[in-house]
Ligand binder design. Structure first.
Ligand SMILES: Nc1ncnc2c1ncn2[C@@H]1O[C@H](COP(=O)(O)OP(=O)(O)O)[C@@H](O)[C@H]1O
Ligand SMILES: [Mg+2]
Length: 479
């Protein structure tokens, strides 16, 4: 049934003058017939009745059994049954807590979160986030398929509306996280329209982490330096790679360097590892200098140390040539970690061209040839742009602490890192040590927080291990 909207509104003065020929076109208003509205409500009710047992089979079975028991035997057997079930659940929880947690606690939580958080706020949040229009029918909304809970996060699996892409969600992760009151939101694509949104329930990285305990056994391929956002340890590989830590001043670069050094102290004491430290600002590493096999805090000395590391590396490569292809840390051939704080001071900001050139050459040689012979460079940098540090691609592993600009995220972590949720430029300045990293074997950036090694911790380490870790460094010719 079509009705002219202008009919019956003769007293309303048209705001635009009538065209010369006197005819004005208006949008017709379509009135939905009552029978269609009623049929739709009946259809929705029937769908609810049919789908509820399918969606919640256990709850439906329990409720219908309860109703049957009450109707046949009355309330007392029902109360006894509930008591028995409670005791059964208690026994289950007592003897198999992990299974109970997974099957009962997390599933109940998922039902609750689905109902109370996601289903309830889904449309408003998507509208406000700009992912749906308020006048749209529900079938133009991405549909929630399932909600599941892990120990730390909710995973909302959705089906996208045709014509939209996972990219649209990736562009709105900040709004989605705010909308569902989560510290972050991660988008995992499973198929063209099959997407999982991961919302951590709370931020495990919100509070500073104290320094990790010094381990008994050191694994240079997995040094515990902090925590991942899912609560698992953040293990940093140093052996067989080089690591560049990038972040603005105050972002916590020092905590990454010190956590790595702390995690390898037993190997330094045993003589199977050495740290050669370069600290142009004399602020970061000088405090624990008695731990280091070599230490430099002036540009000239720093370049000498770097060139000595290059000579040692070449000497090793000569000895290994044709005999072995990989390095195993031993007292004769210890793992060498060259720690470089504020590397741009040497490669970009130093006034003497010769110092800059020598430093850059030495770092390029160490990072391109050192891996196989047990030499690793762990460097800290503030500004990742090419004009400041054109060697960044020689570092296979990178840590992106808080960055200045969005464009720097992909410079540090590689193309598409920001699209995949590594919002390092949005890290809160009040949580130093929080960073994004790419773990081995996974393209997805992971949010981590480095443990904070305080001045007291460093002093205690220097007192306990300092002099003992100073193994003689082989005399090498400076190139
Ligand atoms: N992992 C961390 N956890 C908590 N606080 C930290 C952490 N790292 C650094 N901080 C705090 O931030 C300050 C600056 O850290 P620092 O490592 O010196 O930054 P950067 O070397 O990047 O300039 C430290 O003095 C400390 O108070
Ligand atoms: Mg620093």
């Amino acid at each position: 049934m079509l009705r002219d909207r202008s009919a019956g509104s003769a007293q309303v003065q048209p705001t635009t003058p009538l065209p010369a020929h006197g005819v004005r076109f208006t949008t017709p208003v379509v009135e939905t017939p009552g029978i269609v509205i009623v049929s739709r409500w009946v259809y929705r009710l029937l769908r609810l009745v049919v789908l509820t047992p399918v969606r919640f089979p256990i709850a439906t079975a329990l409720l219908s059994t309860g109703a049957m028991v009450v109707s046949v035997w009355g309330w007392i057997p029902l109360a006894a049954g509930i008591l028995l079930a409670g005791v059964g659940l208690g026994v289950w929880w007592w003897y198999w807590p992990a299974v109970f947690h997974r099957l009962v606690v997390l599933r109940s939580l998922a039902c609750w979160r689905w109902l109370w958080v996601y289903r309830r706020h889904w449309q408003p949040v998507l509208v406000v986030a700009g992912l749906a229009e308020s006048y749209q029918e529900r079938h133009y909304l991405p549909r929630i398929k399932t909600v599941s809970c892990t120990a730390w996060a909710d995973r909302v699996r959705i089906t996208l509306v045709q014509g939209t892409t996972p990219r649209d969600l990736e562009d709105r992760v900040t709004e989605l996280a705010h909308g569902f009151q989560a510290p972050s939101c991660r988008v995992y694509t499973r198929g063209p329209r099959d997407v999982v949104l991961e919302f951590p329930r709370r931020d495990l990285l919100a509070n500073p982490l104290p320094a990790r305990p010094v381990p008994d056994q050191v694994d240079m391929a997995a040094l515990e330096v902090g925590l991942c956002e899912d609560g698992t340890p953040w293990d940093l590989r140093l052996h067989g790679t080089h690591v560049l830590t990038v972040g603005v001043t105050g972002s916590g670069k020092g905590s990454v360097l010190w956590s790595a050094i702390r995690a390898m102290t037993p190997a330094m004491v045993a003589g199977t590892a050495q740290v050669w430290a370069i600290d142009p600002k004399r602020m970061e590493l000088s405090y624990g200098r008695s731990l280091f096999a070599r230490y430099a805090d002036t540009a000239e000395a720093a370049v000498d140390v770097l060139e000595a590391a290059v000579s040692e590396m070449h000497a090793r490569a000569d000895r290994y040539a044709g005999i072995r292809r990989t390095h195993t840390p031993t007292v004769e051939d210890p793992f060498m970690l060259v720690v470089l704080d504020e590397v741009a001071f040497l490669t970009a900001y130093h006034p003497e061209k010769d110092i800059r050139r020598r430093a850059e050459n030495a770092i390029a040689t160490l990072t391109s040839q050192g891996r196989a012979v047990g030499v690793c460079v762990l460097a800290a940098l503030q500004d990742p742009r090419k004009e400041v540090m054109n060697l960044r691609n020689l570092f296979p592993d990178k840590v992106a602490l808080r960055l200045d600009e969005a464009s720097q995220v992909d410079m540090v972590l590689g193309d598409d890192a920001r699209e995949r949720g590594a919002n390092a430029h949005l890290i809160d300045p009040n949580v130093p040590g929080v960073a994004f990293v790419r773990m081995e074997g996974s393209p997805l950036p992971v949010r981590v927080r480095a443990a904070f090694v305080s001045d007291d911790d460093i002093e205690a380490m220097a007192n306990e291990y300092g002099t003992r870790s100073l193994h003689p460094v082989p005399d090498v010719e400076v190139a």
